[in-house]
Design a protein around this ligand. Structure first.
Ligand code: AKB
Length: 350
């Protein structure tokens, strides 16, 4: 008999590590962890099975269908916005073809075991594209259906995959004689910039927040690649995991939409610097904008309207900016750098 399990792709990434820790802490069932690179021993120990492989390897995914009864998927593997700009073709293959492969796997699994497969997909504020700073400031907290005009390959990939997931859930093979639903229950949260105390991001354009905090904790100088006034929404990693799992377990009948904004706090880079300097006296933080990367951040909204998530499935962040710094980031990051190992660099999600 195949054991019911939850598949996590991109398991070595920042969100993957947090999700696996949360599942293990709650005893939420067996995790099958898939990533390009082998998981570190500590993380692997919290999984039922670990697979080093590529989400583009359709033979590997077929083996997963035959070996496991997958009841839910957290498809976290992706190339983030900055890295995707340097390798747009690879990003499209991983972010879009990879996601299509996993949606097809979910469909096959649902046909095999006769139950829906909940497909949890992290989208991003990168799906938004504010045309200029005046419009960004005037727009303030944007709702899901506003300004969906992404300017990055990653943002285009995430927006398309939101529609792909909605298609699988509601319109799959709508002209076929056999109108059996696909069995895929696609759900997605649009994450703001995520900040973890335990991993360092890589390949993102919102990474400057985590990079600034970790550099100060290490006593290293940090040249911020956006301007002081750059403002976007951020979220502490525990809230990101909370949003993913809360939506995953919400009754399907409560969902008025398939894609939800989730927010926590909005900070300018200067406000971030102020908080870091207050926590790490003497931290050497300068602003040396990389004009192209800064221009990407300027197309992302100052904040998001997450009222739909609050109304449909009771979303509410635990960490505003004060709590995120005082109760999560600072105590944990100081612990890492007070003689402990450096937070592991989150492996590029595969
Ligand atoms: C990135 O910077 O690419 C990501 C994101 C905002 O989705 N952290």
């Amino acid at each position: 008999m195949r054991k019911p399990a939850t598949l996590v792709t991109g398991a070595s990434g920042e969100v993957g590590q947090g999700l696996i820790d949360a599942y293990a802490a709650r005893g939420d069932g067996e995790i099958i962890a898939l990533d390009l690179r082998p998981l570190d021993a500590g993380l692997a120990a919290r999984c039922g099975a670990t697979i080093a492989g590529d989400i583009l390897d359709e033979n590997l995914l077929q083996r997963l269908v035959s070996e496991y009864e997958i009841q839910a998927i957290y498809h976290l593997a992706a190339l983030l916005s900055t890295r995707a700009e340097y390798t747009p073709d690879t990003a499209h293959r991983v972010n879009v073809n990879g996601t299509l492969n996993l949606l097809k796997l979910a469909h096959e699994q649902a046909r095999w075991h006769g139950r829906t497969v909940v497909f949890n997909f992290p989208s991003s504020i990168a799906v938004y594209g504010l045309p200029d700073l005046a419009t960004k400031i005037k727009a303030g907290r944007v709702s899901e259906d506003e300004h969906n005009v992404p300017t990055t390959m990653y943002g285009c990939n995430k927006l398309y995959c939101e529609h792909l997931g909605r298609y699988f859930t509601r319109h799959y093979r709508q002209l076929a004689a056999d109108r059996t639903p696909s069995g895929v229950d696609f759900r997605s949260v649009r994450f703001p910039g995520l900040i973890s105390a335990f991993t360092l991001p890589s390949g993102g354009t919102s990474d400057y927040a985590a990079e600034m905090i970790h550099a100060a904790a290490e006593g290293k100088p940090y040249a911020c690649f956006v301007s002081r006034d750059a403002r976007i929404p951020f979220m502490a990693m525990p809230d990101a995991i909370k949003a993913l799992t809360q939506l995953a377990h919400a009754p399907a009948s409560s969902l008025s939409r398939r894609v939800y904004n989730v927010g926590a706090f909005s900070l300018s880079a200067a406000e971030l610097q102020d908080r870091v300097l207050a926590a790490f006296h003497g931290a050497r933080i300068t602003f040396e904008p990389d004009l192209q990367r800064a221009a990407i951040v300027d197309t992302w909204p100052e904040d998001v309207d997450d009222s739909a998530a609050r109304a449909d499935w009771g979303w509410k962040p635990d960490f505003d900016a004060d709590r995120a710094f005082e109760e999560y980031l600072l105590p944990n990051i100081r612990g890492f750098y007070r003689g402990k190992e450096r937070p592991c660099d989150a492996a590029e999600p595969g």
